[in-house]
Design a protein around this ligand. Structure first.
Ligand SMILES: Nc1ncnc2c1ncn2[C@@H]1O[C@H](COP(=O)(O)OP(=O)(O)OP(=O)(O)O)[C@@H](O)[C@H]1O
Length: 471
């Protein structure tokens, strides 16, 4: 195909020139059409075959015309604008789709002087398997994007936050007002008081509602992975599975809201980086020095005593002041007992729908629940009711059905009647911890939450008891 004579190849000066000429001739001979335009995108040359395809019997009649007057869907003007080739593309013509290549033409000094287009072939059918695969991959991608977007929408609105007592109405008023602003929000409250529901509701009521809501729980991710989880990692920042790089939660939440749960557990080094994002709206991915802009609204939550953590040097005061702009305190369940019946009935309705049968609470059961101190708050109420429903067939639950679940140690335990008070208490605590670990499938932060204990306290207790499966 390349009609170079072997002697000509030994001439180093001519080699490149000959190769270029030969390449052009080969493409010209074997393509369906060739067109060359000048820097104004006017046709300076078109071969007869190509001109004929567009209704010009004599190619000379196409010369001097703007390329689009002859080839309506030509993109050669884009090549002139960008100076970049379009190596492979599909172009529709009135009778068929062509596979085309478009290249910029430059003079020896590199100045753009025009562009050249080749219609490589019109046998689009030969590309059918490739095109079919491409369109099926595109469809799969669209489905995956949709389900990801679904996962990043708010799951709860203010309607899901059950409660009508004065404290809760005031809480909802504050949250609704905060939703309209763009400053960070800090949600404070004991474990199980509904901070996560409220974060979702705030996002759903904010002007960012149609953008993603992304959540990261600081206590649930090992410290070594947190930075990449939050800010992303550039390719090569890692070895192993993540060596391709990673998109961080800040990028995923772009335009929307980032909910940072258990902010009190954020490692000090990351606190500095978060502070910078809050101040300057800038950050860099792990292993990259490229500065990225962040348009993310932060909602942070914690059940930890932040002021105590600051005093102990575990939480930065400057970060606290940045976060502590719109602060909302969620009251514990024991401070909103008027809502207990409403909460319990709503939970029992949901549990009934999940197949546990419709139950109600007798006044004596409600009185008993109202006396309890609820260290695990609304989450604990849900657990107690779920267990009561599983254990009883009665439609109307009474105090006797609930008491053993609230105060198991108060129940007679004949096998341990010879134990001292301290031994009984220890056995009881061990049993509680074992149960929480079982419920949480060995996950210590989950078990700690259920028990209303700090993680560090639970670790210590487990070490003392030498519990099996503490994981
Ligand atoms: N006001 C409420 N109405 C209905 N359900 C609630 C309410 N508050 C909490 N819950 C339920 O209690 C459980 C715990 O709520 P959530 O996770 O929002 O609490 P949290 O304060 O974020 O807890 P933690 O600090 O342990 O993460 C969830 O199942 C939630 O649905």
């Amino acid at each position: 195909m390349f009609d170079l004579h072997p002697n000509q190849l030994t001439d180093g000066h001519n080699e490149r020139q000959l190769a270029l000429q030969s390449l052009f001739r080969t493409l010209e001979d074997h393509s369906e059409g060739t067109v060359i335009v000048d820097e104004q995108c006017k046709i300076v040359w078109i071969n007869a075959r190509y001109a004929d395809r567009f209704g010009f019997k004599d190619p000379a009649n196409a010369i001097g015309k703007a390329v689009e007057e002859v080839i309506p869907n030509s993109q050669l003007r884009d090549v002139l604008k960008t100076g970049q080739p379009i190596l492979l593309d599909l172009m529709d013509t009135p009778d068929r789709t062509l596979v085309v290549t478009r290249l910029p033409l430059k003079d020896p000094q590199g100045k753009l002087i025009g562009a050249i287009g080749f219609a490589l072939f019109d046998e689009i059918q030969s590309l059918a398997p490739l095109v079919a695969k491409f369109s099926s991959l595109q469809k799969e991608l669209a489905v995956a994007h949709e389900s990801l977007a679904q996962a990043r929408r708010a799951k709860y609105s203010f309607g899901h936050f059950i409660g009508e007592c004065d404290a809760v109405l005031e809480l909802k008023r504050q949250a609704l007002r905060a939703a309209q602003r763009d400053a960070p929000i800090l949600l404070l409250g004991e474990t199980g008081t509904g901070k996560e529901i409220l974060a979702h509701a705030i996002h759903a009521a904010s002007p960012r509602a149609h953008k993603p809501l992304v959540t990261l729980n600081m206590a649930a991710i090992p410290e070594t992975l947190l930075e990449a989880e939050l800010f992303g990692a550039s390719a090569g920042a890692y070895t192993g599975a993540d060596k391709k790089g990673r998109i961080g939660k800040f990028q995923l939440a772009h335009g929307g809201t980032l909910f940072l749960d258990e902010i009190g557990d954020m490692p000090p080094a990351l606190q500095v980086k978060l502070l910078r994002v809050l101040q300057d709206k800038e950050f860099e991915a792990l292993g990259s020095n490229q500065v990225q802009r962040s348009d993310v609204r932060i909602i942070a939550a914690t059940s930890a005593p932040l002021t105590k953590l600051i005093a102990e040097g575990q939480f930065r005061a400057d970060l606290f002041y940045r976060l502590n702009v719109l602060t909302i305190e969620l009251p514990p369940l024991r401070a909103r007992l008027p809502d207990l019946t409403l909460l319990a009935e709503s939970m029992m309705n949901k549990l009934a729908a999940s197949g546990l049968g419709q139950h109600h609470l007798a006044p004596c059961a409600i009185a008993l629940l109202s006396q309890y101190h609820w260290p695990g708050n609304v989450r604990e109420l849900h657990n107690i009711l779920e267990r009561a429903l599983m254990l009883s067939d009665k439609a109307l639950l009474e105090a006797d059905d609930i008491a053993p679940l609230l105060y198991p140690s108060a129940q007679p335990n004949h096998s341990s009647s010879t134990q001292s008070h301290a031994e009984s208490m220890q056995a009881f605590e061990q049993q509680l911890i074992n149960e929480a670990l079982k419920n949480g499938k060995g996950h210590i932060p989950t078990a700690a939450k259920q028990l209303g204990l700090a993680r560090a306290t639970l670790y210590k207790k487990i070490a003392n008891f030498k519990l099996e499966g503490a994981g």
